[in-house]
Design a protein. Structure first.
Length: 156
C-alpha cells in the first residue's frame, strides 16, 4: 500500500469548511480527474474518476464521521483505498484541512504515477482548489450534520 498526506489552511470557519466537504457530489468542481461522485445514502458514495489515463469506478463506505472533526472511509469495490480528512480550527475564521489516504496502485501506469509522486501532487492541488472554491464563494453549498460511528449512522 502507498500513502499520501497533505494539508491546507482555508480562510473560513470550521463549520463552513466541514459542511462543504460533506457535499461529495461537488467534488468534481475542484478535484482533478474526478468525473462524478454520487452519494447513494448517508454512508455510501460511488466514484468515477480518471487515474493515470484510465477511467475507474469504485464504491466507498464512510466508516466514521464526527461533526467538524473528521470523516473516514474505505473502498468496498474497485480501487482499494482508505483515508481520513480532518478539520482543525486554526482560529475563528481559519481551518486546517488534512487529507490522509492509503491506496493500492493498479497496473503499470498507476504504479509509475505513484512512484513519481503524481497522487501526492494531485491531492495537494485538489486541496488548494477546494480552498479557492470555498474562499471565493464565502459560504458552503450545504452540509450534512450527521455522525457515523463504527459504520453506523448514530445521529442525523
Amino acid at each position: 500500500m502507498s500513502s499520501v498526506e497533505k494539508s491546507v489552511e482555508v480562510e473560513a470557519p470550521i463549520r463552513a469548511v466541514y459542511n462543504q466537504w460533506t457535499q461529495f457530489e461537488e467534488f468534481p468542481r475542484f478535484m482533478e480527474g474526478v468525473k462524478e461522485v454520487r452519494q447513494l445514502d448517508d454512508q455510501h458514495v460511488h466514484w468515477r474518476a480518471e487515474i493515470a489515463g484510465k477511467e475507474v469506478e469504485w464504491d466507498a463506505v464512510i466508516i466514521e464521521q464526527l461533526l467538524e472533526r473528521h470523516i473516514a472511509w474505505r473502498s468496498i469495490s474497485g480501487a482499494k483505498n482508505t483515508g481520513t480528512v480532518s478539520f482543525e480550527p486554526v482560529d475563528a475564521n481559519r481551518t486546517r484541512v488534512t487529507l490522509r489516504m492509503e491506496y493500492v496502485p493498479e497496473g503499470p501506469a498507476q504504479k509509475m504515477a505513484d512512484w513519481v509522486g503524481l497522487l501526492g501532487s494531485r491531492v495537494e492541488g485538489d486541496l488548494k482548489r477546494f480552498q479557492k472554491f470555498i474562499e471565493a464563494r464565502g459560504v458552503d453549498t450545504g452540509g450534512w450534520r450527521g455522525e457515523i460511528q463504527a459504520e453506523e449512522v448514530v445521529k442525523r
